[in-house]
Design a protein around this ligand. Structure first.
Ligand SMILES: [Zn+2]
Length: 149
């Protein structure tokens, strides 16, 4: 056994799982995975969303999920109204800010976070970041007329 890297901060090692795609297309539900064409399932995931500058938002969201690719697909148009709804009273100035879906929590941690028994720092410690964030372009045939006049 070699004694390597005594200085690395093992405790700060980030946990990762799942891949993520934020679906910007209102008319595309991705009933099939855009990568492998497997039929997607519907599953709830406890998502952690960071809204700039430093607001965390926990959202147990029904998403599309491809078990082959381990890919979560969430609809942008469904997430944004929920952010607006959540913060329009408590913190209205952040409602239109940039946001980032960072990762997921274990269900137990999501519950604690939602009860406010976890601080933001504790949530960040427990978060599973996405392994990867994918993007897919959809070019629907016959739609060009509307956009390219
Ligand atoms: Zn797939």
């Amino acid at each position: 056994m070699t004694k390597k890297n005594p200085d690395t901060h093992q405790s700060k090692k980030l946990k990762q799982r799942h891949k993520f795609f934020l679906n910007p297309y209102q008319d595309c539900a991705f009933t099939k995975c855009p990568k492998c064409e497997t039929k997607t399932k519907i599953r709830k995931f406890p998502l952690v969303i960071k809204i700039e500058p430093k607001q965390l938002f926990l959202l147990n969201k029904q998403c599309k999920y491809c078990p082959i690719c381990d890919l979560i697909i969430a609809k942008k148009q469904e997430i944004e109204p929920l952010i607006t709804f959540e913060f329009s009273k408590s913190n209205p100035k952040i409602v239109d800010n940039q946001y980032l879906v960072m990762g997921t929590l274990d269900r137990k941690d999501w519950k604690d976070g939602n009860n406010k028994s976890l601080s933001s720092a504790e949530i960040i410690e427990r978060i599973y970041l996405f392994k990867d964030v994918w993007n897919f372009k959809v070019i629907p045939a016959g739609w060009y007329d509307n956009d390219e006049k």
